[in-house]
Design a protein around this ligand. Structure first.
Ligand code: GAP
Length: 429
């Protein structure tokens, strides 16, 4: 874990937020490579969950929502953890994290009684701070989907089963955030609310568990490090009838990556009651009006980034040196191609390398680098997971060929310059 964190900082994936002020604890900023990786994760999810299906509609709802949303959803009444404070060192703990419920794990002193602590961030809308203006930062993107259920019915006229998908920020005032980007107070979720006939819910849940499991495997997660863990009854959220977590074997142990739940008709019924708008589906063939059940695959963008990074981090012995390489899947890796001139003080070589770079940039995320020796340049690109390094040398000026090096095998191939685009397209498709 320390090695992954150190690489993230050193190479510009993830930085501590507001670092010049000493940092804001457990809050992180994505740097140049991090934002590419993050966008690629979200794109891969949208590709699989929206574009490759014909009954899922994307939305992007606001973070701030009408406060009644959170009464209807049950978050005001039920979304809390039990917090205990140490009587001596004053540290605080989430009760479920404590092995001995009455003893401080840090200093051994006694603990206060457990107190419920609501995890929603509260703020005020408008310039007056009074109770009437209280709004919450959403703790899940799901509610933005439920409140748009009728809009999707009216604008898209979908037939059951259908889904609504959204990627966006969520906020939880976690008592014990930690493990880098694993548990933070501000994070991003990728959620689908999939509406089905109640009698089809069990099968749809199984299908989504399979489909989401395979999404991670298809993006390179090792099968041995991913498992399905059905929830015991007492673990279920207040809205859920069944739930299976996909867990990843993180460097700190097996932990939740994504949850796939059967939310039943709880949310649609609750919002119907609180809004006085009927959130039902009318089947114009059977003339039946019903509350669909909802299957919800809900994953974290940041958590999956941590899993993809941990899964891709390798240290390999190459001759007498250690090569650090991020073997990220080709669809996720931030940079696809790096063009590296072998001699930086030969103008014809750098000019040719720059020309190749600008041609490739139109098709792939490509960078140019001539700021170090070739050995160092390769090492830099390996560390950030660049798939192909293209080197331009003296011979290239004569035979119009360049060398392409594969990140994983380190094998090199000589390719005609006018074939390079097709060559890479073939590899990257
Ligand atoms: N709408 C259902 C829901 O929000 P959840 O299990 O609480 O369910 C879903 O959250 C996913 O969101 C988790 O599996 C995790 O990937 C991500 N997530 C939840 N809390 C998080 C946090 N504090 N930091 C980072 N990711 C978090």
């Amino acid at each position: 874990m320390d090695k992954v964190i150190s690489l993230c900082k050193r190479r510009g994936f993830i930085f501590q937020s507001s670092e010049i002020y000493g940092g804001l604890s457990n809050t992180w900023d994505y740097g140049p490579y991090g934002v590419e990786l993050k966008n690629n994760v979200k794109r891969a999810w949208w590709q699989a969950c929206v574009y490759e299906r014909d009954n899922i509609f994307g939305i992007d709802a606001a973070i701030l929502m009408h406060p009644k949303t959170w009464e209807a959803s049950g978050h005001i009444q039920n979304f809390f953890d039990i917090k205990k404070d140490c009587l001596s060192c004053k540290r605080w703990f989430k009760e479920t994290d404590l092995t001995d419920k009455n003893k401080c794990p840090e200093c051994g002193a006694g603990l206060t009684e457990g107190k419920p602590f609501n995890l929603m961030f509260k703020t005020h809308q408008g310039p007056v701070e009074e109770n009437a203006n209280i709004v919450y930062l959403r703790p899940e993107t799901a509610q933005g989907i439920f409140v748009n259920f009728l809009n999707i019915l009216d604008s898209k006229h979908p037939k059951l089963p259908f889904g609504i998908a959204q990627i966006g920020k969520s906020f939880r005032n976690e008592i014990t955030p930690g493990n880098f980007i694993f548990r933070t107070r501000e994070f991003e979720q990728m959620e689908i609310e999939y509406f089905v006939r109640p009698q089809e819910a069990d099968k749809a849940l199984e299908d989504w568990i399979e489909s989401r499991f395979n999404w991670y495997i298809n993006l390179g997660i090792k099968k041995d490090n991913l498992r399905k863990r059905p929830h015991a009854k007492e673990e279920l959220a207040h809205y859920s009838k069944a739930c299976t977590d996909l867990e990843y074997n993180f460097p700190f142990g097996w932990s939740e990556l994504e949850g796939i739940a059967n939310r039943t008709d709880f949310d649609l019924k609750q919002h119907t009651q609180f809004s006085a708008k009927e959130l039902t589906y009318f089947d114009d063939v059977t003339k039946e009006r019903l509350y669909p059940y909802i299957i919800e695959p809900s994953g974290g963008v940041d958590r999956s980034i941590l899993a993809f990074l941990a899964n891709a981090y390798f240290e390999e012995k190459v001759r007498d040196a250690t090569r650090v390489v991020l073997k990220l899947h080709k669809d996720l890796t931030p940079i696809k191609v790096a063009v590296l001139p072998l001699l930086k003080n030969r103008d014809e070589i750098t000019a040719l390398a720059k020309k190749i770079t600008s041609d490739l940039k139109k098709h792939f995320v490509t960078v140019y680098d001539d700021t170090a020796s070739i050995g160092k340049l390769y090492r830099r690109q390996d560390e950030v997971g660049t798939l192909y390094c293209v080197t331009v040398d003296v011979q290239s000026l004569e035979d119009k060929q360049i060398t392409v090096r594969d990140r994983d095998t380190m094998l090199q191939e000589r390719i005609n310059i006018d074939r390079i685009k097709e060559y890479l397209q073939d590899k990257l498709s």
